[in-house]
Design a protein around this ligand. Sequence first.
Ligand SMILES: [Zn+2]
Length: 434
Amino acid sequence: MTIRHALRGTILRFHDNPFFTPAADAMHIEPDGLVVIADGHIETVGNYDDLRPNLDANISIADYRGCLIGPGFIDAHVHYPQLSVIASYGEQLLTWLERYVFPEERRFHDENYSAEIARKFLNELLRAGTTTAAVYCTVHPQSVEAFFRESAHRNTRMIAGKVLMDRNAPDDLRDTAQRGYDESRHLIDRWHRNGRQFYAVTPRFAPTSTEEQLTLAGALLDTAPDLFMQTHLLENRQEEAWVRQLFPARKGYLDVYDHANLVRPRSIFGHAVHVSEHDLGHCHDKGCTFAHCPTSNLFLGSGNFRLFDALRAERPVHVALGTDVGAGDTLSLLRVANEAYKIAQSTGHSLHPAQAYWLATTGGAQALHIDHLVGKIAPGMEADLCVLDPAATPILAQRTANAESYNDILFALMILGDERSVRATYVNGRKIDF
Ligand SMILES: [Zn+2]
């Protein structure tokens, strides 16, 4: 027997991409809406008064009037093993990795520790309203096992993979090209498309992989349908110079990955701060995706990603938002949207709230090629939802009390909001307790 339940509140949906149609028109707002959920999926969505008479008189309806109901947030770049080194002082990318990240990642040799951090990470992610993330584990296969087990337990739709590093990392954090391939292959068999889990082949970044390892990573992508690839690209200037030194035969950083057949749809490149016009054109042609991580870029002083350049209408590149914890200082995509707004301002563009909200939800799902599953409130979609409360804190309540439009409310949420603004998170139709 099908069990139905429903949510009532203001529903936000996109019928167009707000970067390519006037942003204020791209979003459809149902002020008094109803989302009906059956068996973990969205069955119907629309106006409350239209839908209510057709439903069973006893159906359970969660009342979120005054709140905004939208898709769960999508975080396209995050490292769960770095949860404990978030907010680490004083370094830029390469020395920050050496000083804080590598010592912590060693601890994931222990599967129990991995499981403990995976649990805490997933709880914090859901508290922030994020229901899907592309997640780096560590070089240890047990860190991946632990993560997917915890995700499967909650039935969250996650993308994750084992980090590949066969050079320029401490001895106990290195695999070899062949071992990295074999361990990844085994994890793909166990977890890729197992329930709601997807596997991502995960070379950390070019400096910590030999050409042989990158080539095998490219080969891995052809061993199963719909595999993801995630890595870092052009985050910081020293990193870029190091890659040129390590791969003198390649034309540039992106070419290192391209040569290994890693630049393709479902490939997610974290940062891409220092991309050239040639890189942007090439990434458009190849259909790969950038994860824009403004909190991380500011925290490490890496530079400013040119969002509006990447999305130029004549050759747009797919872009999603990423928190990049632990270099990012928050798991809240509202706070990431806040910093994305400021970075866009510094490059002469105003990021409209509908555009930011699009990147964090529907656009993020499109960029990851999972928009047939999540990222939209529409019949047949998986019911991963985030309910935002525009009066969650006194200052938000003050600011939104006289808001002139829903876009204005959304802007206040993206500038003043964080985990506290998330009234409820639903995973596959089930409300999460946090
Ligand atoms: Zn990262």
